[in-house]
Design a binder for this molecule. Structure first.
Ligand code: LFR
Length: 486
């Protein structure tokens, strides 16, 4: 029996999960959470940061707990959200707390960058969606700061934590692809892009693929640290229990990442206009997807209600939302208004009013509006991904925390008109463990082989379109017209 610790850091919590694998012909993975710790933005002096040392402590506590439970570990792998980074000085010390990608310092920066490198040229090269928080925009926003001036190295969050464990600096390629500084075709740093924007080449560490030995940590005996799909979405896509090739996936957590796995990027003008991204996947694949604002808007609504002293229990809210008539109000949750933390119910009401719709009148109606709007966004993204890449899709896999949201899963089947297979919940951790196990020689084969091992023993649930008498395809299509207003 082998045991691997997956460190999976999300925007609202971090987890250390142990995956044990019994090798052999019918190998399967058992996941067991050994530590969970809260994560979230910390506002300091008007800026949003991450508490990266707190995260590191949570990881060390988790690794100790893992060792107590299973004895010696066969490996550790780290994945987290994308784009954010720490800067290192000439001694390799961290220069300040990493910024949170929802910080406002990048407002207006993409346009400034496009004045130097036109957006179509940048897309043709990096294949990356435009999000104000892409690392490249954060670095341009930081120009002129003392921290950036004294920085001699940059490490993305999982790479920074891996460096603290092993002393080895590297940039794992799946996450590097979210910086806006990686060539989408060659998967090498686009050094000319960096130079044109005044970003020092010396900041960029050597690239590594997922599934390599990064180094060892000696904190718990000598334990190998493996590179994995260090972008959480990349690890989650590894864990999609697909049996064929014509699948779409929705990695559904704080964000919803909706798209397809391809073997080459789509760098067309139509793809850029639709803001689809070509992020690097494990084994040379391309994660062709769109970011949908996701359960973030629901999480922030609940936080707003709790702060106001209103009862806001998720299961109760979902049960009440299920009784609200479908598609009463739908909004575009991808608008910039929904990116920063804050009072989402008011922002939804304002967006409903702006588009000539009745604002939700209760908590249940607000939750229903969020879920209907998400399902509508999924419908659009799945169809556009298929159109833009010339692929067909016959099933939608939902992985991540959203798997637990049965109403959302059924709405997704209804809206896309496709069967939805929901599970696993801990997709990123499972993908992380699978890639470590192959690197360590416990598993072998292709991504499809890893998926088959991961799928064994999973409790998957299937949702058929229309199973609960939801809206018709015509009603979903009509609702699409309402999000932009009259
Ligand atoms: C999901 C995710 C998305 C990325 C966003 C910000 O957790 O990694 O893929 O766009 O967070 O980093």
């Amino acid at each position: 029996m082998s045991a691997f610790a997956a460190v999976d850091l999300g925007a609202s919590s971090g987890r250390v999960i142990v995956g044990t694998i019994e090798g052999g012909g019918d190998a399967h993975v058992d996941l067991h959470e050994v530590n969970r710790f809260p994560n979230g933005p910390v506002r300091v002096g008007g800026a949003l940061h991450w508490d990266v040392l707190g995260l590191y402590r949570g990881i060390l506590d988790g690794l100790r707990a893992a060792t107590r439970e299973v004895g010696a570990l066969d490996g550790v792998g780290i994945d987290s959200w994308a784009v954010d980074y720490g800067l290192l000085d000439a001694d390799g010390e961290l220069l300040g707390n990493p910024f949170h990608y929802r910080d406002a310092r990048t407002d207006g920066v993409p346009d400034k960058v496009f004045a130097t490198i036109p957006a179509p040229d940048l897309y043709a090269r990096t294949g990356l969606q435009v999000q104000p928080f892409n690392t490249v925009f954060q670095l341009v926003a930081a120009q002129g700061t003392a921290a950036l001036a004294s920085a001699r190295g940059l490490l993305l969050i999982p790479d920074l934590l891996g460096y603290w464990l092993t002393g080895v600096r590297a940039a794992e390629v799946t996450n590097a692809s979210t910086t806006g500084l990686l060539d989408a075709t060659t998967r090498e740093w686009a050094l000319d892009v960096a130079a044109a924007l005044g970003i020092s080449e010396g900041l960029l560490p050597p690239l590594r693929d997922a599934g390599e030995l990064l180094g060892h940590t000696t904190l718990l005996g000598e334990v190998p640290v493996w590179t994995v799909g260090s972008h959480d979405t990349a690890s989650a896509v590894v864990a999609v229990p697909a049996t064929g090739t014509d699948f779409a996936y929705i990695s559904c957590g704080t964000w919803s990442l909706v798209g397809l796995e391809l073997d080459r990027p789509v760098l067309t003008e139509q793809s850029r206009a639709a803001n689809f991204t070509n992020e690097a996947g494990v084994d040379g694949t391309v994660r062709y997807l769109r970011n949908v604002m996701g359960l973030w808007v629901l999480q922030e609504s609940i936080r707003t209600w709790n702060d106001a002293g209103l009862p806001a229990d998720l299961p109760d809210l979902l049960a009440a939302a299920a009784r609200v008539p479908a598609l009463t109000t739908v909004v575009d949750l991808d608008g910039p208004a929904f990116l920063p933390p804050g009072d989402m119910p008011s922002r939804i009401a304002a967006e409903a009013a702006r588009t000539g719709q009745t604002p939700p009148q209760s908590q249940a109606e607000t939750v229903r509006c969020i879920l209907d709007s998400l399902a509508l966004a999924y419908r659009r993204a799945v169809r556009q991904a298929a159109d833009l890449s010339g692929r067909s899709v016959d099933v939608v896999h939902v992985v991540g925390g959203g798997v637990r949201n049965e109403l959302l899963c059924q709405l997704t089947a209804d809206a896309t008109g496709l069967p939805v297979v929901a599970g696993p919940v801990e997709g990123a951790a499972l993908g992380n463990v699978l890639v470590q196990a192959r690197a360590a020689g416990v598993l072998s084969g292709s991504l499809a082989d890893l998926r088959a091992v991961g799928a064994r023993g999973l409790d998957l649930r299937r949702y058929e379109p229309g199973a609960t008498g939801g809206p018709s395809d015509r009603q979903w299509a009509a609702a699409e017209g309402r999000v932009d207003g009259p």
